[in-house]
Design a protein around this ligand. Structure first.
Ligand code: HEC
Length: 101
């Protein structure tokens, strides 16, 4: 019985972990404030590409590349400093937020 309880607790913690991993859109909205100037309040794009309704995995992948100093598109040098200050949690949260715009 004790073993069962432990494994149930572990499963509960794991599923909570995966929810946190998916990103918190409300926190993402706050972190997105510094991006509006180039990507638009609704993620519609402007100086930078449109981010609205992009799949979270794609936004996460690109932001991690900019942060790591990898070349993404022809204007990488404009975007890389923006991503450099983001934590992994910020990246997940922003991706969750813009995917729903
Ligand atoms: C100074 C203007 C500017 C700001 C501020 C800015 N970006 Fe960008 N962003 C760009 C440009 C320009 C590109 C295209 C870069 C390239 O050619 O790879 C880009 C590309 C991106 C991409 C990849 C999009 C794609 O389809 O390839 C993502 C994701 C992104 N920005 C997210 C953000 C986030 C999140 C923030 C705020 C933390 C932010 N940007 C702030 C200008 C900006």
């Amino acid at each position: 019985m004790k073993k069962l309880l432990i494994s149930l607790t572990a499963a509960g913690l794991l599923s909570m972990g995966s929810i946190a991993q998916a990103g918190d859109a409300a926190a993402g909205q706050a972190a997105y404030a510094s991006c509006i100037g180039c990507h638009g309040a609704a993620g519609e794009g402007g100086v930078g590409p449109k981010l609205a309704s992009v799949a979270p995995a794609e936004t996460v992948d690109k932001l991690k590349k900019y942060k790591a100093g990898e070349q993404v598109g022809p204007m990488t040098s404009m975007m890389a400093p923006m991503a450099a200050g983001l934590s992994d949690a910020d990246i997940e949260n922003i991706a969750a937020y813009v995917s729903g715009l």
